[in-house]
Design a protein around this ligand. Structure first.
Ligand SMILES: [Zn+2]
Length: 232
């Protein structure tokens, strides 16, 4: 009798653990993603706020020379201002993702305004054949309801696990050292475009070389999400 009870207990616990694991995997896109649990040595570089004449071409040259892929969280209004750079990002095979049309904090915006902003962004990047399904909220501002609403509209909310604060005009060596030190499988690196991120392209070149020597591969965030592993 006692034994049967304990078997029932273990069975119930086992079923619960399995259900939690499944629901965790399914809920993947209804939560903000800071990193992807994986045992593969892969990492995603991301660039916010572009395209920008100060950094985009340099970044693309580095990525192309090193045969690496990355994700560009663009601003719609900058893509309109610099259509050639937008076209270059697409032609370079890099991933185009949304940082909104304007740089507004979505958790402080009425939903209809946010949806109009997202739609405006989609129209702009459709010109180069991009159909974004990743969104990074400006300022990292989000809440669970916002993330869930974005998921309904087909967007995964992407944050980051490594922030080298490149916009603070740190040297390329400082930026690279922070990234290399904090690198882990499934990591997402937050970097920027623009005048304040002038040292970012050089840092990226160094990071790719150093982490490749450790066995890392550089993928887009979209690719990184394919490696999501459920751990028990
Ligand atoms: Zn931004």
């Amino acid at each position: 009798m006692k034994r049967r009870k304990s078997w029932g207990f273990f069975l119930a616990v086992g079923v619960l653990v399995a259900l939690l694991a499944v629901s965790h995997a399914l809920q993947d896109h209804s939560r903000a993603i800071k990193k992807v649990p994986t045992s593969h040595k892969i990492i995603a570089l991301t660039f916010d706020d572009g395209p920008h004449p100060f950094t985009t071409r340099e970044l693309l040259a580095v990525l192309s020379a090193k045969n690496a892929r990355a994700t560009f969280f663009l601003l719609g209004e900058n893509a309109v201002k610099y259509p050639d750079l937008l076209a270059d990002i697409a032609a370079g095979g890099q991933e185009i993702a949304s940082h909104g049309y304007r740089h507004q904090f979505p958790n402080k915006q009425p939903r209809e305004e946010l949806y109009a902003d997202l739609a405006q962004f989609e129209t702009v990047v459709a010109a180069v054949g991009a159909r974004p399904n990743l969104f990074r909220p400006p300022g990292g501002g989000y809440n669970d309801l916002l993330v869930a609403d974005l998921a309904v509209r087909g967007y995964a909310t992407i944050l980051w696990s490594i922030d080298p604060r490149d916009w603070e005009r740190r040297s390329s060596a400082q930026i690279a050292n922070t990234i290399v030190r904090q690198a882990k499988p499934g990591g997402i690196v937050l970097l920027h475009e623009g005048e304040c991120a002038a040292n970012t392209p050089a840092a990226v070149a160094a990071v790719i070389d150093r982490l490749r020597a450790e066995g890392y591969e550089f993928v887009t965030v979209g690719e990184l999400l394919q490696y999501y592993e459920v751990r028990q």
